[in-house]
Design a protein around this ligand. Sequence first.
Ligand code: 2AM
Length: 179
Amino acid sequence: MQGMDAHARLFIALTPPPDVRKQLAAARDVIHLRVSGKPVADSNLHLTLAFLGQTPRTRLEELTQLIDRSGFMPLDLQLNQYGFFTQAQVVWLGLPARHIALDGLAQRLGHGLRTAGFNFEDRPFSPHVTLLRKATCPPERLPQPVIWHANQLSLYESVSTPDGVKYRVLHRVLAGFGR
Ligand code: 2AM
């Protein structure tokens, strides 16, 4: 397409339904009362399963098929673990323990991406929702846990705009409706 970059910065993530998005935003705001940092916009809240980075747009169709065939089923997540990535200066909300079905989904996606030859960075999976960027310290007190019945898996493009980064859903699959 004319004027459009041949590559897109992509990642695959769980998209919260509106009620969970509200709870995540509320948790972020409670933390932000005590910790300075840049709040992640409501519309950008997500849980990343696989990060691809710069990817040729010519491979988008292949990626949507891979996501459709990932065997995504609903996941019940209880997010009540707050943390701080010191180097990235990120305050996050995540799970208190390993979640077998979530880990399995991330593994299947990673395996599919590697097998198809995508430029997939194979870091240990550390499921989290980033709430604050450029944060200075970990949160002191924990707000209410967030219960997330996850039923939407999305392919996102990260787009830089004058108003900051925006995450655009390019493709979505609802749990149990993949191919
Ligand atoms: P973060 O929220 O902890 O920064 C879009 O940038 C999403 O991809 C974010 O969830 C971000 O994690 C994640 N991300 C960015 N770079 C990554 C990398 N190299 N490996 C894994 N995830 C990454």
